[in-house]
Write a protein that binds this ligand. Structure first.
Ligand code: NI
Length: 160
């Protein structure tokens, strides 16, 4: 278990297309454990492997703090509806912006034993799935922001 360094926007590793995971090694398992630790430590709801500098199609998500999801080689099967709201990213610290996403997503992925499963999500989980999967293809949410990228401290100033 270890906290890994989170790469920030401008680091070229965040703009690369990640490779499929073909086997689970001890190093893969260590990476997955570290990704969960790093996400929780940073109070994030999701983290993709390229954000810690590893170009593999692995994503961890937990939107409630009690529902950890591991998605290996994830593929979106279905989306529906629409939600528009603030989004942020651990690789773009201190910033937030409005992004429109599907309100429902169904994804196929593989677990830590490379067994396939499907996961459905709505609202924040659907948003997180879309956001994290885009990291695997080298994209950041800032490309989709409607209007300006804002400072978190300006948007949420009343809550602090
Ligand atoms: Ni992100």
């Amino acid at each position: 278990m270890a906290i890994r360094n989170i790469r920030e926007m401008g680091d070229p590793v965040l703009n690369k297309v990640c490779k499929e995971v073909k086997e689970i090694t001890d190093r893969t398992r260590e990476l997955i454990d570290d990704m969960f630790d790093t996400m929780y430590e940073a109070n994030g709801v999701g983290l993709a492997a390229p954000q810690v500098g590893i170009l593999k199609r692995i994503v961890v998500i937990d939107v409630t703090g009690e529902e950890p999801h591991l998605l290996i080689n994830p593929v979106i099967l279905e989306t529906s509806g629409e939600q528009t709201g603030n989004e942020g990213c651990l690789s773009v610290p201190g910033k937030t912006g409005i992004v429109t996403r599907p309100n429902y997503v169904k994804v196929k992925a593989y677990d830590e034993n490379l067994q396939p499963f499907e996961l459905e999500g709505t609202e924040l989980l659907a948003r997180a799935i879309c956001h994290e999967l885009e990291h695997l293809d080298g994209h950041l949410y800032v490309e989709k922001v409607e209007g300006d990228l804002l400072n978190v401290s300006d948007v949420y100033e009343d809550e602090d």
